[in-house]
Design a protein. Structure first.
Lengths: 133, 145
């Protein structure tokens, strides 16, 4: 999922800032893989021996975003994905968007699972009631 | 040991027959307790030891290295560690739901997702507990999803 979102964002970035560039396919996918690896490694921010509280989760989510911006922006600059002052804001916005999209997709999948579980709980309860009657 | 499970229709009564060499063996007792829903664990409250039925436990939680059993409205301190309690509950409706908790699936009223990728389980006594993504598959398997 992380790979897919980063690929999509990078594609749109190239389309926006450098539509005429011809990046070799291997280089393009290689760079995206590096981005993905960094994004996955940065998830260590969420590591905790104990279950995170909602507040702790939000704090770490902000920390994670800052870490992503701090690592990915200079790297993207060195690869020429952004050049000027306004570009950096748009690129930072893309990273924020990618992270938000990831959480939203994740939430959607969780919501689907929750519906399945709740349906099953209802069904099991109904079965139990019928058995008792 | 040979295990045979036969599915019967709703009209027939559910029955468990144990054919064993020694009826006093621990596993036979465990089967008996499980089948009757009477499997118990020890819990302390105000310096008094209580036997708490597994079926009455809502969840087991470890807080600051101390273990607690929560029922509908009572809290007992337990001596077991999380992994020991998890082993004790094998085969029951209790399952590990997070890093510090074992939850009774039969006490869940409903679950709802949260942005953090975890689930919030609302129990039949109104309490809310967290179910980690890592353990959701166990809950699904237990419920038959």
């Amino acid at each position: 999922m992380v790979y897919g979102i980063i690929m999509l964002c990078t594609f749109f970035m190239c389309l926006l800032f450098n539509p005429t560039s011809e990046l070799p396919v291997v280089t393009f996918f290689g760079r995206i893989m590096v981005f993905t690896l960094i994004a996955l490694l940065s998830l260590i921010v969420y590591y905790s021996k104990e279950e995170l509280t909602v507040k702790a989760w939000w704090v770490r989510t902000v920390m994670h975003l800052l870490l992503l911006e701090a690592v990915l922006l200079p790297l993207a600059h060195s690869w020429g994905f952004w050049q000027s002052g306004t570009d950096i804001l748009i690129y930072a916005g893309f990273i924020l968007l990618a992270k938000a999209l990831w959480h939203l997709v994740d939430y959607g999948l969780s919501a689907k699972t929750a519906v399945q579980i709740n349906e099953r709980i209802r069904k099991n309860r109904l079965d139990q009631r019928m058995r008792k009657d | 040991m040979k295990v045979t499970v036969e599915q019967v229709n709703q009209e027939r009564e559910e029955e468990l027959i144990v054919r064993c060499h020694d009826p006093s063996e621990a596993w036979v007792e465990a089967v008996r307790e499980t089948a009757s829903g009477q499997r118990t664990v020890c819990g302390w409250r105000e310096d008094t030891l209580h036997r708490v039925k597994l079926s009455e436990i809502f969840y087991f939680e470890v807080v600051d290295d101390r273990s607690f059993l929560y029922t509908q409205s009572e809290v007992f301190e337990a001596k077991e560690k999380l992994y020991e309690f998890e082993r004790l509950c094998a085969g029951s409706a209790l399952f590990r739901c997070s890093k510090s908790m074992v939850l009774n699936a039969e006490k869940i009223d409903y679950v709802r997702p949260s942005l953090s990728g975890r689930f919030e389980a609302v129990l039949s006594n109104g309490e809310k507990v967290v179910v980690s993504r890592k353990y959701v598959s166990d809950l699904k398997r237990m419920l038959g999803v």
